[in-house]
Design a protein around this ligand. Structure first.
Ligand code: ZN
Length: 160
């Protein structure tokens, strides 16, 4: 069957940046299963998958507007060291935190100068051109329960 809304799609993928540097490969992990048409994947990837079928392999380049969006400069902030309550931090570290609206987010510490800590709360892939190489393993119709939950269930995982 061809991928359309309310299909459960299982796939493997490699993600690279615009310079073909590999960012992530699913090959060592389990294949990704998701419910198509519910925004579980970034827009550009769902668009590229629509109409494809099991066994298809393809590559797609996705601009930030169809990916994780542009970097928001307001989400790069300098905070005093004391905000971290004595937690040992270093440049490049990722922490869970809250953004100005109080939503939970991952924040990255990008620079420490004396008592000034520069943090970036943008998604790590915001502003980036992303290249996906995708291999579709299977496509099936979602069950009523999956559609009611808005996500795929993997092998008998019927709980959440
Ligand atoms: Zn569920």
């Amino acid at each position: 069957m061809n991928i359309d809304n309310n299909c459960v799609v299982t796939l493997h993928y490699n993600l690279s940046d615009e310079h073909d540097k590999l960012i992530y490969t699913s090959e060592k992990d389990e294949a990704l299963s998701y419910l198509h048409g519910w925004g579980e994947l970034i827009d550009g990837l769902e668009k590229a998958l629509t109409g494809k079928t099991a066994g298809d392999k393809f590559e797609v380049t996705i601009n930030p507007e169809d990916g994780y969006g542009e970097e928001d400069p307001d989400l790069v902030q300098v905070m005093p060291m004391e905000t971290f309550n004595g937690v040992e931090i270093h440049e490049g570290m990722e922490l869970q935190g809250e953004d100005p609206e109080g939503d939970f987010r991952l924040l990255r510490i990008i620079k420490i100068t004396g008592d000034d800590v520069t943090i970036n709360m943008n998604h790590a892939l915001a502003g980036k051109i992303l290249k996906f190489s995708v291999h579709i393993e299977s496509v099936r119709a979602a069950t009523e329960t999956e559609i009611a939950h808005g996500h795929a269930h993997i092998d008998g995982d019927s709980h959440h």
